[in-house]
Design a protein around this ligand. Structure first.
Ligand code: ADP
Length: 174
């Protein structure tokens, strides 16, 4: 996409800290946070309920149409646990958050996730599914893996995004 500000994708297994991190990046960098899960819910972009995973099927076409419009001017921090459904051209930076299994387990228990969902997410994180998928879906040089276990991690990840944005602006002056 040709735009005045970049779009950043923040992805990772549920519970790794995407929403928390995206909000902080957006606030510190003067960008707008887009929580894709909330957009799906509020627009009811889903089909059948899958009981085993306590989740709904996603209507990808409707979601992508909506997001295309929102992202066209740039300046967005997009937060979602799946990264391969988006067109590669949408994003200038892809941050993949990683959490240690003990951290992640505690966060999911606190959220009241069902056992099947906890198990699925734990194996997803252990097998680094999101990281590998991000590396297959985007240019490897724009994909950055970041630890997201502590508040220090949160701060340094936000600082890192801010530095990156500064450099992006210098390289894309018009
Ligand atoms: P996600 O959007 O990936 O599902 P959230 O941002 O909702 O994850 O975070 C899940 C929980 O973990 C929240 O309670 C949040 O406060 C906590 N959390 C997120 N990132 C960190 C971090 N870097 N250090 C400590 N706690 C964190």
């Amino acid at each position: 996409m040709d735009h005045f500000l970049p779009n950043i994708l923040v992805t990772g297994t549920p519970g790794t800290g995407k929403t928390t991190t995206s909000e902080m990046i957006a606030e510190k960098c003067g960008l707008e946070h887009i929580n894709v899960g909330e957009i799906i819910k509020s627009n009811k972009f889903y089909g059948a309920y899958i009981e085993e995973f306590d989740t709904h099927e996603l209507d990808e076409d409707k979601l992508l149409d909506e997001l295309e419009e929102m992202l066209k001017d740039g300046g967005k921090v997009v937060d979602f646990h799946t990264c391969e459904i988006f067109p590669e051209r949408w994003f200038d930076l892809v941050l993949v958050l990683r959490a240690d299994t003990s951290c992640l387990y505690d966060r999911m228990v606190e959220r009241g996730y069902k056992k099947a969902k906890i198990d699925e997410n734990m194996s997803c994180e252990i097998l680094q599914v999101v990281l590998e998928t991000a590396r297959e879906s985007y240019a490897p040089e724009i994909v950055i893996e970041l630890p997201s276990n502590t508040s220090d991690d949160l701060e340094s990840n936000t600082d890192r995004a801010e530095q990156w944005l500064k450099a992006w602006k210098q390289n894309n002056e018009r």
